[in-house]
Design a protein around this ligand. Structure first.
Ligand code: FAQ
Length: 331
């Protein structure tokens, strides 16, 4: 049976089988869905969930790297890291704006993050213990993010797809910056090489987990693929990432921490070992090493920024009142 409720951000359309079929036809024809178009409530909710979580990930993702800005080994590294962390903040803002076009406010989304109700990417619940972690994050985490996000530039929802174009350009720069940090360390002293290897050992498996659960466990996967929100499944993207990254590790002279990793002549891809899904689900459900600390940091920033938000609103109200008064005077 179909829902009899009103749907779409405009609340105009009824969710009949004919409506759903017409909507799917638009998707199948690769038409972009725009904010004022009627859309099934499930489509809208899926996007609010995914874009909201994506935005939260960018904002929370500033914390592990922000932690190293004061300790970057040179002025050049410090400037580049500062710019990267600032970029992530910008990505969060584009994404919150894209989600707002679906009728949800940034305040609502923020409250869901701060209360622990909304998820953020599991990768940001891991600590950054050495400078090499900043290289590993750029290389692997931004690398995984690009693999996942390039197809999102073709997502069926227009505002999300358009936001992703600039995000991907910036992530690609971040990835190269991280790889360059790893190259310098891997070609450095024995201690530096060891530091790079240790960072790779700790970030490799969590980077593979970023792509989400196996397709068989992906509760949203099939529907998101049918609506062309996702263009590839979690497992397809994870495999592409492994295939792209193995030669990069070889170039660096570092060893991926997976004894089962092996090139498969038949598939032309690398087979890899089992992911620790218990660790993944524990992290996703709020039990990651740094999850509580990340949320505490975001809550602190939100509370301490309250006076800025209040001041901006008071200023906007005064400007509006002055403009209205000037209009009345001119009439
Ligand atoms: N972490 O049914 P599926 C970045 C949840 S940005 C936490 O397969 P879906 C930039 C999932 O939400 C990184 N939760 O879900 C940067 C769902 O739970 P729900 C973020 C995860 O949505 C770099 C449940 O598991 N990128 O790194 C994770 O179809 C460096 C079942 O999963 C994006 O958000 C996870 N890893 O596919 C910043 C990209 N995986 O919501 C700073 C956009 C799954 O039903 C420094 N998002 N879950 O309660 C996506 O492409 C998708 O949402 C997936 C998950 C692929 C992440």
């Amino acid at each position: 049976m179909y829902s009899q409720g009103l749907i779409g951000t405009d609340s105009r359309s009824e969710e009949t089988p004919e409506f759903l079929e017409a909507f799917q036809k638009r998707i199948d024809a690769d038409e972009k869905i725009e904010p004022n178009d009627p859309m099934p409530e499930g489509y809208r909710k899926t996007l609010v969930r995914q874009i909201g979580q994506h935005a939260h990930s960018e904002i929370v993702g500033m914390l592990p790297e922000g932690n190293w800005i004061t300790r970057a080994p040179s002025l050049r590294r410090k400037a580049a890291l500062l710019a990267k962390v600032q970029d992530e903040g910008g990505h969060g803002l584009y994404l919150y704006s894209a989600a707002e076009t679906l009728g949800v406010s940034r305040k609502q989304m923020t409250e869901e993050l701060l209360s622990g109700k909304a998820k953020f990417s599991s990768i940001f619940s891991y600590p950054t213990l050495s400078w090499a972690d900043i290289g590993a994050i750029g290389w692997l985490v931004d690398g995984a993010a690009i693999m996942n996000q390039i197809p999102l530039c073709r997502c069926s929802y227009g505002p999300y797809a358009r936001a992703m174009i600039r995000v991907c350009k910036e992530e690609s720069f971040h990835q190269r910056q991280g790889f360059e940090i790893m190259t310098v360390l891997a070609q450095g002293s024995d201690e530096q090489k060891e530091m790079a290897q240790d960072a790779l050992n700790r970030f490799w498996w969590p980077a593979l987990m970023m792509f989400g659960p196996h397709d068989s466990e992906s509760s949203n996967g099939d529907q998101s693929m049918a609506w062309k929100i996702k263009r590839f499944t979690n497992d397809e993207l994870r495999q592409k990432f492994v295939d792209a990254t193995v030669p990069q590790a070889e170039y660096l002279g570092l060893t991926l921490p997976d004894p089962d990793l092996k090139y498969n002549e038949e598939t032309g891809s690398y087979d890899f070992g089992a992911i620790d899904w218990d660790e993944f689900w524990r992290t996703v459900k709020g039990g990651g090493v740094m999850t509580r600390e990340r949320l505490a940091a975001r809550n602190k920033a939100w509370d301490e920024g309250e006076w800025v938000r209040d001041a901006a609103l008071a200023h906007a109200a005064k400007r509006k009142a002055r403009k209205e008064a000037a209009q009345h005077a001119a009439e």
